[in-house]
Design a protein around this ligand. Structure first.
Ligand code: UTP
Length: 421
């Protein structure tokens, strides 16, 4: 098919006739429904998006084929709290030295949509305070500052945003002077997007010239960093480890020197912070082995036997739940570039245009988003140190507005850890 170059950008795009043929061949011709009502620049905008769709990909052909085939699982032991007790000082020294030598960078995954929280801004802007302002971004940066003060060196902080929340995130952090972090050590990069579909597999639109493009999950962070030129920075500084973490754990310990020291000392290519599962049925992914390589098995993938299997000392065999705080050795991450990540399907509430052009905000999940996940990157590593941390001190996720893992539970945990709200 002939591809034309757009006059206003460097993007190549199809003509209307080509787009129509292409979409019709894939059952997506409704995307041109409003074409005749658009201005010329809106028409070009839409044609650019259509040209970038790559409808031959499996998510647009057969969603069921995306279901991941898993290998043979086996439990993976962790470096437990008790085991590391008398080695903590030694690990801390190794970790602090690595930070001082510029070997460590931090990557904040903040490109999610936080739809369960129902907050209309980037999740990091959510205010956890009761009597004062205490934003989620602030909680994280203050935790990181404790480490950089001890090390007397900054850790470059690379923040992944999405096309939807990039400008607001940057403006908010700038307005708050990066909560005391050095602006020179904060770098932003944007993740990619994926079109969302309805339950019949039809691509959704949220404006007459706009396809619904959602952040494509947190798995593409390293390739997005490459696209943004940040691997040059990593090479220039000589960073050897990246600590990747989620925005929504307000007790998140970032660039934790003990975790760094233990992982470096272990010789493993990666490390994952884990907490002991509270009950066999807790809905958390567990760090384990899959075909002899580190992997994370989701709670819904575990059989009853796996969920309830016990070690001789009575502890659960699959006991160590991940909290989205990983260390990756940069040289091992390089091998993941260009790899095909499994695509995960998320059933979500997706605002969209009805055929008559009305914007619908559904109350129930109405469609699917496709995501790659950072946990699949763990399986691409040769080894991973499971590093146990105390749940009450390091894990306070803000996922929901109410109930489990909510603002309320996270506030209680912050207070329990002496944070004034
Ligand atoms: P979640 O899996 O909780 O997704 O993200 P979410 O989009 O933030 O929230 P819901 O599911 O819509 O309620 C875990 C971490 O991964 C980041 C999030 O910002 C959070 O730090 N993430 C998620 C991204 O950076 N990009 C994504 O596309 C998805």
């Amino acid at each position: 098919m002939k591809i034309h170059r757009c006059r206003h950008s460097n993007v190549n795009f199809m003509t209307y006739t080509e787009a129509k043929q292409y979409l019709t061949a894939h059952g997506q011709e409704h995307l041109l429904r409003f074409y005749d009502t658009l201005t010329v620049s809106q028409q070009q905008h839409l044609l650019e998006q259509i040209s970038a769709l790559r409808l031959e990909r499996p998510q647009f052909q057969d969603r069921n084929a995306l279901v991941q085939k898993r290998g043979k699982f086996a439990p993976l032991g962790a470096l437990t709290q008790e085991e590391m007790q008398n080695k903590k000082a030694e690990y801390r020294k190794i970790g602090i030295q690595a930070i001082r030598n510029g070997k460590v960078g931090a990557v904040l995954l903040a490109g999610g949509q936080g739809s369960r929280l129902g907050f209309d801004h980037p999740k990091g802007m959510f205010n956890m305070g009761k009597t004062r302002d205490l934003y989620i971004f602030q909680c994280l940066i203050e935790n990181l500052l404790r480490v950089t003060r001890e090390a007397e060196a900054f850790v470059p902080l690379m923040i992944m945003t999405s096309v939807q929340n990039d400008a607001e995130t940057r403006a908010f952090l700038k307005e708050h002077h990066y909560f005391g972090y050095s602006a020179d050590n904060v770098h932003f990069f944007q993740q990619e997007t994926e079109p969302a579909v309805d339950e019949a597999g039809k691509i959704l639109m949220n404006a007459p010239d706009q396809i619904v493009l959602s952040p494509n999950g947190n798995g593409g962070w390293f390739s997005s960093m490459q696209r943004a030129g940040l691997l040059d920075l990593i090479g220039k500084i000589g960073m050897e480890w990246l600590n990747v973490f989620a925005v929504d754990n307000v007790l998140q310990q970032i660039a934790d020197p003990v975790f760094l020291g233990a992982t470096i000392d272990s010789g493993c290519a990666s490390g994952g912070k884990v907490v002991s599962k509270a009950t066999p049925d807790e809905r958390v992914g567990v760090l384990c082995l899959e075909d002899g390589k580190p992997s994370i098995v989701e709670y819904y993938e575990m059989t009853e036997e796996m969920r309830t299997r016990r070690n001789a000392d009575g502890t659960l065999a699959y006991r160590f739940g991940v909290i989205l705080n990983y260390l990756f050795r940069v040289d091992s991450l390089m091998h993941t570039l260009g790899s095909d990540f499994p695509l995960h399907i998320a059933h979500k509430k997706i605002p969209h245009l009805s055929p008559d052009g009305t914007l619908i905000k559904p109350a129930q999940p109405n469609g699917y988003k496709f995501e790659t996940l950072v946990l699949d990157m763990v399986h691409m590593q040769d080894s991973c140190l499971a590093f146990e941390v105390e749940r009450e001190k390091e894990f306070a996720p803000v996922k929901n507005a109410e109930g489990v893992d909510s603002v309320q539970t996270a506030r209680a945990l912050l207070e329990q850890n002496g944070v004034i709200l």
